[in-house]
Design a protein around this ligand. Structure first.
Ligand SMILES: N[C@@H](CCC(=O)N[C@@H](CS)C(=O)NCC(=O)O)C(=O)O
Length: 217
């Protein structure tokens, strides 16, 4: 197989980058990674030559460039034949869950940016954000109840759905909402994931700071 190269943003802040990165790790794919620091002149210069959308993440595989986190996840699932539930109905629900995450939860995402190394941050209450959180908890609990019997992940075995929600778990770790018992257990599973721990170690070693993403106190 030709070399896979994943270009990502800062591990501390780039929630979109975490998704394909952690899926590639779980699928056991060898890949090289290149980190471009967001909000810097270097980012603007380098990304222009790499990505038609000028955003990260992006995956190159030989001459092929794939941009957008979900498209990359789909591609690596095709490469490996893994990453989606094998049951057609479960797979359809998993795709719905991923699409909802990919296009939704904008209030949560804007008010609680991913800030992997930050813990114990508190922000003012917000009912719209609470509604996003409640919907995410319902999603997790429903997936675990209906499809999770074969393992600790949303659909039992690790899938794209878990990769898509990994940054949400980090947001919850930073800003500390009170979760219901089943979703709290799922969040604990994600936090204990060895690949997530590796990502957090790298994020903690980064020295860049993005003021706009330093929310709460
Ligand atoms: N829908 C895209 C979103 C990618 C995205 O917004 N990436 C951010 C970093 S997390 C970015 O590249 N920002 C750089 C910029 O806007 O200049 C995906 O899923 O990959």
């Amino acid at each position: 197989m030709e070399d896979l190269r994943l270009t990502i943003g800062n591990k501390n802040y780039s929630s979109w980058s975490l998704r394909p990165w952690i899926l590639l790790k779980h699928l056991g794919l060898e890949f090289s990674e290149r980190v471009l620091p967001l909000d810097t002149p270097q980012f603007a210069r380098d990304i222009a030559a790499l990505s038609p959308s000028r955003r990260v993440p992006l995956l190159t595989h030989g001459a092929l460039t794939i941009w957008d986190s979900l498209a990359i996840c789909e591609y690596v699932c095709e490469l490996t034949g893994r990453g989606w539930p094998s049951d057609r109905a479960a797979r359809a629900v998993a795709r719905s869950v991923c699409a909802e995450m990919h296009s939704g939860f904008s209030i949560l995402r804007s008010q609680w940016p991913m800030n992997a190394r930050a813990e114990g941050r508190r922000t003012a209450p917000n009912p719209e954000r609470d509604a996003d959180i409640a919907r995410i908890e319902d999603l997790w609990n429903d997936c675990r109840t209906r499809y999770g019997a074969g393992g600790p992940w949303l659909f039992g075995e690790y899938s794209v759905a878990d990769a898509m929600f990994a940054p949400v778990v980090l947001r919850f770790r930073t800003y500390g909402p009170r979760l219901r018992a089943p979703s709290a257990a799922y969040a604990a599973t994600v936090r204990a994931d060895v690949h997530l721990r590796d990502w957090l170690t790298s994020a903690a070693a980064e020295t860049w700071t993005i003021e706009d993403s330093e929310i709460g106190r």
